[in-house]
Design a protein around this ligand. Structure first.
Ligand SMILES: C[S@@+](CC[C@H](N)C(=O)[O-])C[C@H]1O[C@@H](n2cnc3c(N)ncnc32)[C@H](O)[C@@H]1O
Length: 287
């Protein structure tokens, strides 16, 4: 191929590094809510847990920390994330209770009836591949989860369901939240039943009962360390970084000024800054 063609190739290795760095930051700011969700899961001594997709492994670690004798298997299709996750636990006291494997949630290479819990966080955003989705409907993946669960086992599906990150600027935040770019993979044509926050119906469809939805909030308030500022700015960039063309120039300019650390009104150093991110967990209340 010509040099030109090579130059046009996206740098996938760099993109993976950026993605993992982003997951690290997002997991840092959502940790308190996520640990609360894990505490509500009903883990018990000796429980076998599948975390799929596990990304860089943070949730698997928190699930092992939450229950002294459980065993957690993290699975993800991205080998780099699996390598990162293995490195995270290597040499720690948790290493003999957590393992990570490369795998595809649509076709689990795992035995039937082998887990007490399946934890699936931000892993089932449904939609077309061109909107970054790996499945268009949930049932293929959920029936795989069901297959590997022991009778009475529990599936927990979690999604990022809300955020308030610009306190004092409700109209600006509403304007930034409206565009399609913020709501990926959602479009005006998407079927309501495929929206992540309708996951209870998916669980009902595969035969789960006693369904329960519960939300878990991660709060953060200033003053922040530089690292915390970077984490929160990364979250804002993840949510709103693509919407410049979908909002008015005034909205975009005000947003850019607020997130500029050199600006006098940098949002994260404003007096009384407090924000939050909410995750909602859909699961069975008994099991
Ligand atoms: C938003 S991340 C969530 C990771 C983790 N649950 C968390 O919340 O930190 C979505 C993950 O799905 C993984 N993934 C995408 N398609 C997959 C597939 N077919 N099988 C397994 N993992 C997949 C990606 O590699 C990515 O790590």
């Amino acid at each position: 191929m010509s040099e030109n063609t090579n130059q046009e190739q996206p740098d996938f290795a760099a993109m993976e590094e950026i993605y993992m760095a982003l997951l690290e930051k997002i997991n840092a700011i959502t940790e308190s809510g996520m640990r609360a969700a894990i505490a509500g899961l009903g883990l018990f001594p000796g429980a076998r847990v599948l975390d799929a997709p596990c990304g860089i492994g943070n949730h698997a670690v928190w699930m092992a920390e939450a229950q002294a004798d459980d065993r957690v298997l993290g699975l993800d299709i991205d080998s780099k994330q699996i390598a990162y996750a293995r490195n995270l636990v290597a040499g720690t006291p948790l290493a003999d209770r957590i393992s990570f494997v490369h795998g595809d949630v649509t076709q689990l290479d795992l035995p039937d009836n082998s887990f007490d819990f399946v934890w699936c966080c931000d892993g089932l955003w449904l939609g077309p591949p061109e909107r970054g989705c790996f499945v268009e409907e949930p049932y293929g993946v959920l029936s795989e989860f069901r297959r590997v669960l022991k009778p009475g086992g529990k599936i927990a599906i979690l999604f990022w369901s809300m955020h308030r990150l610009l306190p004092g600027y409700p109209l600006l935040e509403a304007a930034l939240n409206a565009p399609l770019g913020t709501n990926i993979p959602w479009t005006w044509e998407s079927e309501p039943e495929t929206h992540a926050l309708r996951a209870l119906a998916w669980l009902e469809q595969i035969g789960c009962s006693h369904l329960k939805s519960q939300s878990f909030c991660s709060d953060f308030q200033g003053p922040f360390s530089q690292k915390q500022e970077m984490n929160l700015l990364a979250a804002m960039n993840m949510i709103w970084g693509r919407v410049q063309d979908e909002v008015t120039p005034e909205v975009w300019q005000q947003y850019e000024t607020l997130i500029n650390p050199d600006s006098d009104i940098f949002i994260l150093r404003q007096r009384g800054y407090a924000g939050y991110v909410v995750y909602t967990m859909y699961t069975e209340s008994v099991g």
